[in-house]
Design a protein around this ligand. Structure first.
Ligand code: PMP
Length: 403
């Protein structure tokens, strides 16, 4: 006998995404023996560096297996403080820093602590979809502002200005951007800052999770460093997940005004009690240890980016521009819309195209519908070269089979 789950009104409008539906289907196909290539995930194929794993092991053997301070271990908070200074020349006191279970939680705690019903959060599109549902769960209203391809998918100052309302509480500035790979320069950020300086009540969520996966050779700039006058109302968010291939360790952090950080810590103390002790020890080793791995991996990713972009651009109906950061290609697929698959079905949307690629070509891609930009798909090049080559062949065959 099953009982009906009565949902909170908070869940209205929160649904499993098309991408999660595709991934579930991919799991079924894999269980049935199909060789599926995963291009939709946010995982890197690189291992976590060995010295980081060793630090976790040592911490566990030393007995660091208890609850830590809710806001993070002093060692990790100091490592975060030093990393922000090293990478951005940003100075934060320890009471201005909180360690969280992934940067996802830092973002959510900030929104939960600050939003009232009707409050708006400006989210440039294409976007990382969880921003929208986090805002909704926190009781606010996401306001999406499209960023044109002919501006490199970057937010224009005038579009930001036109989207601001008396209810705007936050603006999300993700650099580099998942999913477009767009990289805001200091000048780009200064233009956005100039708008925000005219609106003293608006705060900034500066999400730098991919800051070290920037092909310019330097960490992606962040708003509080570019415009110090915005620092008192900016939350600088990042984490080791992408930089050091530590997705599964679930560590993130945020730095900002202590009055906000304090509230985020209160939420954390009543919900998760803080991040994993072992993962925190690992993150200290990642942030404090040798940083060579960042440049080495960026070189590898850059070569994969160029090769995968070449393969994708060789597919009938697809096109992409190699991005300046992240490990995603945002692929325009207008050229396949309206065409017919061998089974007679017409591809009407990027979601249809993604489903077709999974069923007929054994590749999982991320539909643009989920990223606020259609008709596009997002594919990851954080995959071994052999997988990229094979994915390229499969995409080409699948596109050629369309009529
Ligand atoms: N921000 C962006 C832009 C992301 O793409 C992701 C994850 N892919 C996150 C935040 C959250 O990452 P995590 O919780 O693993 O730190």
């Amino acid at each position: 006998m099953s009982a009906t789950v009565i949902l909170s009104p908070r869940m209205s409008g929160i649904k499993p995404s098309p991408a999660s539906v595709l991934r579930r289907r991919a799991r079924e196909l894999r269980a049935a023996g199909r060789d599926i290539i995963e291009l939709s995930s946010g995982n890197l194929d690189f291992p976590t560096p060995e010295h980081v794993i060793a630090a976790a092991h040592q911490a566990a053997l030393r007995g660091e297996t208890r609850y830590t301070d809710v806001d993070g271990t002093p060692e990790l908070k100091q490592a975060v403080q030093a990393a922000l200074r090293r990478d951005h020349r940003l100075d934060y006191r320890l009471d201005e820093i909180v360690v969280t279970s992934g940067s996802t939680q830092a973002l959510f705690n900030a929104l939960l602590a600050t939003l009232a019903p009707g409050d708006e959060v400006i989210i440039p599109a294409p976007y990382w979809a969880p921003y929208l549902d986090q805002v909704r769960l926190a009781g606010g209203t996401p306001v999406v502002v499209p960023c044109a391809q002919n501006n490199g998918f970057k937010l224009r100052a005038e579009d930001l200005q036109a989207t601001i309302s008396p209810r705007t509480r936050w603006v999300v500035v993700n650099n580099p951007v998942n999913p477009s790979g767009a990289l805001y320069s200091r000048e780009d950020l200064s233009e956005i800052a100039a708008v925000l300086l005219r609106h003293p009540d608006i705060w900034v969520l500066a999400d730098g999770l991919y800051e070290h996966i920037a092909f310019s050779g330097a960490p992606a700039p962040t708003l509080a460093a570019v415009e110090p006058r915005l620092k008192p109302r900016t939350l600088t968010v990042s984490g080791p997940a992408k930089s050091y291939a530590m997705m599964g360790w679930r560590i993130g952090y945020a730095a900002g005004p202590s009055a906000l950080i304090r509230e985020m810590i209160t939420i954390q103390s009543q919900t998760t009690s803080g991040a994993s002790s072992i993962s925190q020890a690992a993150a200290v080793a990642a942030l404090d240890g040798a940083q060579d791995v960042l440049a080495e991996r960026a070189v590898i990713l850059r070569a994969r980016r160029d090769r995968f972009a070449e393969l994708v651009n060789g597919c009938a109906g697809l096109s992409c521009t190699p991005p300046e950061g992240t490990f995603y290609l945002l692929v325009g697929c207008a050229g396949v819309i309206g065409r017919r698959a061998p089974d007679g079905k017409v591809i009407e949307t990027d979601r249809d195209f993604s489903a077709y690629l999974l069923e007929e070509a054994d590749v999982v891609v991320f539909p643009g519908e989920d990223l606020g930009l259609s008709p596009y798909i997002r594919v990851s090049f954080a995959n071994p070269p052999a997988a990229i080559e094979e994915a390229g062949r499969r995409l080409k065959r699948a596109c050629e089979a369309l009529q």
